[in-house]
Design a binder for this molecule. Structure first.
Ligand code: TPP
Length: 326
């Protein structure tokens, strides 16, 4: 594998980021209109982390995700129609409408699943990497997790064993500056969490998480190392959560200066600037419009799709009553 994306690959990453952005915006609208159930954790502004890192993976590689996983799903190739339907709880969703937005898994695409247990993606990928090592295949496992999840005990346990046994796992720390409403400066004594990698004898690098090309290059290096049998790597992707923690967040704790600074570095704008000379504005406009159209069609199709059969959820409960359509 080469370490830099071709122009076509870069354009495909741009398209996938545009799909995720439109999905997040549509979900925000649908939530306001009362057409979604439960909180939705949007990843606006963080698209380049998931899309850039997964772009270097093959079909046989595995990904574990978080509660904020839409860019990981789309990056790994999960179909937007299934994702939109799953988020809206429809029978046509990737998991038949039973997973909701946080737990989408698609075995055929190597997406092991999202995870509502903070830090849960880390041991899941580490275990998958152990399985890869035992089976002696050349695949790798990649996990995404937040700066909040990096503070869990299971993160330390997983990284320790991965470093000791040289497991083919790539740890992608999506450092979006917040855990719930808590800024990282009051949840960690160090700003750069990747310095911890030294304690697990693995290399680490800090990457501009708003730049797909930087993410692609760093992930390519880590994946190559893992495939050579040299063990795990940690990538700390610096990014920013542009929305609240979830659609139920009242907000007000993100500084206006930070929001303005990070919106200047919006990943779609960064990607557009990087591609402009090579492909031109017209082609970029067409790609973005195509992505938006694809998402809109997926959402409309999902809204018209049936809910899963009631029996699927209730089995034999004599107390349950059928839900109303949203
Ligand atoms: C084990 C566990 N503890 C607490 C929670 C409640 N919780 C949900 S998300 C979250 C913060 C996660 O922060 P981070 O890992 O940085 O991810 P981000 O939301 O910033 O993407 C917490 C504490 C949970 N879901 N699971």
């Amino acid at each position: 594998m080469k370490n830099s994306p071709s122009t076509d690959e870069q354009l495909e990453m741009h398209r996938k980021m545009a799909v995720v952005r439109r999905l997040e915006e549509r979900l925000g609208e649908l939530h306001k209109a009362g057409k979604t159930r439960g909180p939705i954790h949007r990843c606006d502004g963080q698209e380049a982390v998931g899309v850039g890192a997964t772009a270097v993976l093959g079909a046989g590689d595995f990904v574990t995700s978080t509660h904020r996983g839409h860019a990981h799903y789309i990056g790994k190739g999960v179909d937007i129609r299934g994702v939109a339907a799953e988020i809206l709880g429809r029978a046509t969703g990737t998991c038949g409408g039973r997973a909701g937005h946080m737990l989408i898994g698609d075995r055929d695409k190597g997406m092991i699943g999202g995870n509502a247990i903070v830090g849960g993606s880390i041991p899941a990928a580490t275990g998958m990497a152990l399985s890869i090592q035992v089976r002696r295949t050349a695949d790798v496992a990649m996990c995404f997790f937040g700066d909040g999840a990096a503070q869990t005990g299971i993160c330390h346990e997983s990284m320790n064993i991965a470093g000791l046994w040289k497991l083919p796992v790539i740890f992608i720390l999506e450092h979006n500056q917040f855990g719930l409403t808590v800024h990282h400066s009051v949840q960690s004594p160090v700003a750069d969490l990747s310095i911890r990698a030294a304690g697990y004898a693995m290399p680490a690098e800090i990457v501009d998480g708003n730049d797909t090309v930087a993410m692609y290059r760093a992930a390519a290096r880590a994946v190559e190392r893992a495939r050579r049998g040299e063990g795990p790597s940690l990538i700390e992707a610096k990014t920013y959560r542009m929305q609240g923690f979830s659609t139920s967040d009242m907000g007000g704790y993100q500084s206006a200066a930070d929001l303005a600074e990070w919106s200047r570095r919006d990943p779609l704008a960064v990607s557009r600037r990087a591609l402009l000379d090579a492909v031109g504005a017209e082609r970029l406009d067409a790609v973005e419009a195509g992505a938006a159209g694809e998402v809109d069609a997926a959402v409309e199709e999902a809204l018209a799709a049936p809910l899963p059969s009631f029996e699927l959820f209730t089995r034999s409960s004599p107390y349950a009553t059928a839900p109303e359509a949203v």
